[in-house]
Design a binder for this molecule. Structure first.
Ligand code: OFO
Length: 172
């Protein structure tokens, strides 16, 4: 059985994962109307992954005798200026989510809930991967600068990352 404090903290994370999904969906839609097909595909996939992260938490909370609450979400912004700053925002957002997961892990130790501590290790590992991927993408963006041909190749590369990860990561 989850403690009330931990249940509340897990519900907060459910909201953060759902909002992350909305943020990336909004980025996907923006990229799509700008003709950035590869980037849009990457963001749609990322949005789906965040929804899976949210669902995994919902199921866990209910399985442990809590009540997963589906709450109202903050509306994400709809205009991202340019793709460079959009990926910077993605990176910053992942850092924010990692901090939130760390705080949640801290609560499991305070509450001596080792089952939830164990369950959250998947999220800890996932955040390391997502931060690393976002950093790799930002490095590529810095390399291409304002080169139009570079943008074409970058968009294609990002599409490839999406295809690779869909093929190799059934667990999202
Ligand atoms: Fe839920 O992994 Fe990114 O934020």
């Amino acid at each position: 059985m989850l403690s009330k404090k931990l249940e509340k903290a897990l519900n907060n994370q459910i909201c953060i994962e759902a909002e992350s999904s909305q943020v990336y969906l909004s980025m996907a839609s923006w990229a799509e109307i700008k003709g950035l097909e590869g980037i849009a595909g990457f963001m749609y996939m990322h949005s789906d992954e965040e929804r899976q992260h949210m669902l995994k938490l919902v199921k866990y909370v209910n399985e442990r005798g809590g009540h997963a609450l589906i709450s109202e979400l903050k509306a994400p912004k709809t205009d991202f200026g340019n793709f460079q700053s959009m990926f910077q925002e993605l990176y910053d957002h992942e850092i924010f989510v990692s901090k939130s997961i760390n705080e949640l892990v801290h609560v499991t130790l305070e509450e001596k809930d080792y089952a939830t501590h164990n369950f959250l290790q998947w999220y800890v590992a996932e955040q390391i991967e997502e931060e690393a991927l976002a950093r790799t993408i930002l490095d590529k963006i810095n390399l291409i600068g304002n080169d139009k041909g570079g943008l074409y190749l970058f968009d294609r590369d990002v599409m490839q990352i999406t295809a690779d990860s869909a093929a190799t990561d059934p667990n999202v």
